[in-house]
Design a binder for this molecule. Sequence first.
Ligand SMILES: C[S@@+](CC[C@H](N)C(=O)[O-])C[C@H]1O[C@@H](n2cnc3c(N)ncnc32)[C@H](O)[C@@H]1O
Length: 248
Amino acid sequence: MPYLFATEHHNDADYAAGRVFYSLPGHPAFPVRLAGEIFRRCLALREADNLTAPCALYDPCCGGAYHLATLAYLHGERIASIAASDIDADALALARRNLDLLTWSGLDRRIAELARLWADCGKRSHEEALESAERLRERLLASTERRAIPVSLFQADAADGARVLGELGAQSVDVVITDVPYNRLSAWQGNVADPLWRMLEALRLVLAPGAVVAIASDKGQKAEHEAYQRVDRFQIGKRRIVLLKCDV
Ligand SMILES: C[S@@+](CC[C@H](N)C(=O)[O-])C[C@H]1O[C@@H](n2cnc3c(N)ncnc32)[C@H](O)[C@@H]1O
């Protein structure tokens, strides 16, 4: 049983890609339950080090930032800030729309858009999306006691440490969760020689003490770097998830 935390099946329909959250062909969306499981494993590792404050979360290959947006809705009280970057401008445009749904104005715009679609086309799927959006609004309302989660979004090659450091600053990231390209729906771009090692090397510049890096990839890619130790590993379907901590 690979799920240690997300052990119960919930109806995640409200979070389905393309329903309220935006999706585009060629931009794969990460499973909601798996994202929650990875996030909670990262938090458990931090708690073992007595690190219990809400975390600064970063994804250097964010794609449409779908999983970051769903994590913010489901575990927002454990997230101090979200940073997201991608090498691809189209992915970033999609990420911006999804992360905008964490704000009142963004969600209200989406609700108006879905209401227009429902009024114009009368499709049941639009009505269901509208119902989901209203439920997300209730969740947002329930969390107004908390501050809004600050979000930063920028274009960068994940291997470009100087650029990532320039955007984020040193020791600014507590948890990295990234679903790297599998060369099926999305492929590595930039310098494709050993991209995972190069991404891990770049991340060393921005990780705070005790940071946890979780990488989801296919079996063909090895998330290894001599400055990191593997602290957890599991597999769900074809995805292999490796959790690392940096020694330096
Ligand atoms: C599997 S997708 C991520 C999907 C995302 N987890 C989601 O739920 O929406 C991988 C992303 O890596 C990006 N990518 C490819 N090469 C990159 C690089 N060198 N640096 C940063 N991002 C890169 C692609 O543009 C793509 O958006």
